[in-house]
Design a protein around this ligand. Structure first.
Ligand SMILES: [Zn+2]
Length: 82
């Protein structure tokens, strides 16, 4: 569940960042640019919080949504998306 959540949240944040950057350049309103920066920071936070091995707690980052086994403890990661 966490892996899907991580993948979709990062995709959603990327879409949000793209929309904010397009709006920023289209309107010339800098506020959208600042929101885009905030969204990038939020995306990193999501990866740091959700992208962890459920067994050893080590940070795998976005790789967590793709790898099947933890490179640190070798344990099988929960695969709800077979
Ligand atoms: Zn691990």
């Amino acid at each position: 569940m966490k892996r899907k959540l991580l993948r979709y949240s990062v995709l959603a944040m990327c879409a949000l960042i793209a929309v904010l950057l397009i709006t920023c350049s289209a309107t010339g309103n800098r506020a959208f640019g600042y929101w885009a920066i905030a969204a990038v920071a939020a995306a990193f936070l999501i990866v740091i919080i959700l992208g962890r091995c459920p067994h050893c707690g080590k940070l795998l980052g976005y790789a967590y949504s793709r790898v099947r086994y933890c490179p640190f403890c070798g344990d099988k990661l929960d695969d709800d998306d077979k």
